[in-house]
Design a protein. Structure first.
Length: 301
């Protein structure tokens, strides 16, 4: 559905999938003096309190609630796609950060999380390092993306979800940057190959265990998860292959940051674009069909 493959459907690179951290004991706080507060207002024997705003009908207060509402009960693999944040676009909260914050709400149903990123293979030497750096520059990825990927991996581990990264061979690095410049088509091909390979492998592996969690998630660009791609770019979507191995239980979910969509020419041509243009404080959902959704995130405050 998205045509500008070279520009913004590129792989969201990360130098580390798993980050470890430590924290000390919580700071000690001293008791404070009690202050008198006025009694609550009572009307008809009911205490009036400030309640959290309720989203309008058809909208959602947070991503976790939206996903639990729209994902079919028999889903097997969830293919999440995003418009990647870039240094030459608005500095807004990323889809990746929103997804990580929502993970506790539905993570108990996930056995595996496959992320469109890779860890540089030290056995491939300077070639791998140089190719990765070149890719990061080409896709204009913000530096914060590395930390966001690490935070997602930490959140997955905390929820007992197995994280996966793509695996590139030494020959793959040479393919990506054959003559000192990034080969965008090779990048898209390698990304599709890896996401498809890992997703299918995870399904086959988990299906051997009758007690497995019901869902496997793949998180990457909004080109690769497309169930109904334009024929010109169909080779860069893993959706058909994964749908086949799950016997028609693959679900496509695009997470759209409205500020990024408004600035993107191809997004402006999509039937859901009016929702992005009118985005406010609530999450909106555009349903393509029973297993394909566009989730418009709230504007960054």
């Amino acid at each position: 559905m998205y045509g500008d493959a070279v520009r913004y459907r590129s792989v969201a690179l990360g130098l580390a999938l798993v980050a470890c951290g430590t924290s000390g004991p919580p700071a000690r706080t001293e008791p404070t003096a009690r202050t008198e507060t006025p009694p609550p207002v009572v009307r008809d024997a009911a205490v009036v309190v400030d309640a959290a705003p309720t989203p309008p009908p058809g909208m959602y207060a947070d991503l976790g609630a939206a996903l639990l509402a729209i994902i079919p009960a028999d889903a097997r693999v969830l293919g999440f796609g995003e418009l990647h944040n870039r240094v030459d676009r608005a500095a807004v909260r990323s889809s990746l950060a929103v997804f990580t914050a929502a993970l506790p709400a539905f993570g108990g149903k996930l056995s595996d999380l496959i992320v469109e990123t890779w860890i540089v293979d030290p056995n491939c030497g300077k070639t791998a390092v140089a190719a990765t750096q070149k890719m990061e520059t080409e896709v204009k990825r913000p530096e914060a993306t590395k930390s966001e990927i690490a935070l997602l991996a930490d959140a997955a581990k905390a929820a007992k979800i197995q994280p996966h990264a793509m695996k590139l061979s030494c020959a793959d690095y040479k393919t990506l940057v054959p003559k000192g410049e990034v080969d965008a088509l090779a990048m898209l091909t390698l990304t599709t190959r890896e996401l498809k390979r890992i997703a299918i492998s995870a399904v086959v592996h988990r299906d051997k265990d009758p007690e497995h969690r019901p869902w496997i998630a793949v998180y990457g660009g909004a080109l690769h998860n497309d169930r109904f791609p334009d024929p010109a770019i169909a080779e860069w979507s893993y959706a058909a292959a994964v749908d086949k191995v799950t016997q028609d239980h693959f679900v496509e979910i695009d997470l759209i940051v409205p500020e990024l969509a408004v600035a993107d020419a191809m997004s402006q041509k999509q039937p859901w674009f009016s929702l992005a243009g009118a985005a406010g404080d609530w999450i909106q959902v555009w349903k393509r069909n029973e297993r394909s959704f566009v989730v418009i995130l709230p504007k960054t405050k």
